[in-house]
Design a protein around this ligand. Structure first.
Ligand code: SDX
Length: 416
């Protein structure tokens, strides 16, 4: 393994150090590049750029593997709850029984909203998109949480975000604000807060609770994706945790990122409505003149199956079968995946289904409407966002401030 790279520019010889990761992924450390050569690098979308060293999650895009703190997602999904996974991602190790009990109890201690939040919420027009409301209320949250201990702020968010999500959903469907049931575990309480009706508790179904637990775990962290990098970038400017998370939610909302789960279902419904001609839509996605893209397909890092999509597909199939519901959208999604993966365009460009391709089918089977899908993604990604913000602080990363290549006017004078 080389420790430096050597290169020549205009007859001058330079060397730069090499940085290696746990799995031997390698990077040229260019922190001294401009000072020593006068050059900067140019990498729109950071496709080839590592912005930090992190130990939270690792993606092997070629093999289609994902690890949370070293544990394969396939093991976590079958052996852990979402709260255990949140503890692991935030603290680096799985909790023992006592630690898990204390973590869960502390979260329950904070599972209420300040009455001012409810007053502010009442003035938000119901037509606002849930992601805009969630981001705004998250930003306001810490105004009403005083005497914050450093560790408590993570627990406040884990406790309060599901309440905000349920509050938003219930107002959309005309239900009164949610009530928290402290006797239920995190996922069951989330379902209770969403779906209980006045004087009737939600009838817990282990198939649904298990599916929700799994889909939250699948979203818990994913290296330096757009929204996580947004959270880190804000934190690097010494912006508070809540405001950084609020900004991460806005980044997640984009259709190319977390907004894709809603776009996938809308796409599948369009295909069904137009007669289900899969080949026609695949040709549309390949046509460079057509802005249409196969939503839920492709990924910046995975050039093999997204392991989360494989798991989500199994969860969706298992859930639909056990609940005894027929879902034409799931059948269509499976046929679309099959057709696309036989098409040279998708094979050559290594475009596989990503997490968003099947996640909406699970949310829909739970009873969650499309406009809430990205909010559910945010609930799952919360531990990852917080862990990266915490890691950035511990790393003492410098403020994120990329350079650019200027192509505007030369210096000129105002003529007047
Ligand atoms: C998430 O980063 C993360 O980890 C994100 C995420 C997470 O957990 O945080 O995994 C969650 O955001 C998953 C992605 C959800 N988005 C979608 O499903 C939207 C559809 N996918 C594409 O828009 C695209 O694949 C991206 C945005 C996901 C990735 O874009 P890249 O890496 O910038 O790749 P690209 O757009 O440069 O595409 C490379 C080629 C292009 O063709 P050429 O110009 O080389 O001829 O592949 C084509 C693209 O046109 N292409 C597609 C396609 N995705 C890429 N063609 C048709 N349909 C698609 N979906």
């Amino acid at each position: 393994m080389c420790s430096v790279v050597n290169f020549n520019i205009n007859g001058y010889h330079y060397k730069l150090p090499v940085v290696y990761g746990t799995f031997y992924e390698k990077a040229i450390n260019i922190s001294q590049l401009r000072d020593s050569t006068g050059f900067i690098t140019f990498d729109p979308g950071f496709k080839n750029t590592g912005i930090t060293k992190s130990s939270i999650s690792f993606i092997d895009g070629e093999k289609g593997e994902l690890l949370y703190r070293g544990y394969p997602i396939e093991q976590i999904i079958n052996k852990c709850s979402f709260i255990e996974t949140s503890y692991l991602i935030l603290n680096g190790e799985l909790p023992n029984t006592a630690q898990l009990k204390s973590f869960s109890e502390k979260i329950k201690k904070f599972n209420h909203l300040h009455k001012e939040i409810n007053k502010i919420f009442d003035h938000i027009p119901n037509f606002y998109h849930p992601m805009g409301i969630l981001s705004s209320l998250t930003y306001i949250l810490d105004t009403f949480i005083n005497s914050l201990q450093k560790e408590d702020m993570y627990l406040h968010l884990l406790a309060k975000l599901p309440i905000l999500a349920a509050l938003i959903y219930r107002k959309k469907v005309g239900l009164p604000p949610p009530h928290v049931n402290p006797h239920l575990d995190y996922t069951s309480n989330l379902l209770e807060m969403f779906f209980s009706i006045p004087n009737k508790s939600y009838e817990q179904n282990p198939i649904i609770t298990d599916a929700l637990n799994k889909i939250l775990i699948l979203h818990a962290d994913h290296e330096q994706n757009c929204s996580t990098t947004t959270v880190r970038l804000l934190g690097s400017a010494d912006t508070g945790l809540f405001s950084s998370i609020s900004a991460g939610m806005s980044a997640l909302w984009g259709r190319l990122h977390g907004g894709a789960n809603q776009a996938v279902i809308e796409m599948l419904e369009d295909i069904l409505r137009s007669g289900g001609n899969i080949k026609k839509w695949i040709e549309k996605a390949k046509n460079k003149k057509d802005p249409f893209r196969l939503m839920g397909f492709g990924h910046r890092i995975y050039k093999n199956f997204d392991p989360r999509a494989k798991i989500a597909k199994k969860v969706a199939e298992n859930m639909i079968q056990k609940l005894g519901i027929s879902d034409p959208i799931l059948e269509l999604a499976k046929n679309l995946e099959k057709e696309a993966l036989q098409d040279p365009y998708f094979v050559e460009k290594k475009l596989y289904p990503n997490i968003d391709f099947y996640s909406g089918i699970i949310y829909q089977a739970i009873g969650i409407p499309k406009y809430m899908f990205t909010v559910m993604f945010a609930l799952g990604r919360l531990p990852g966002w917080m862990a990266h913000w915490k890691e950035m602080k511990n790393n003492k990363d410098p403020i994120g401030r990329p350079r650019q290549i200027y192509i505007g006017y030369k210096k000129r004078n105002i003529q007047k």
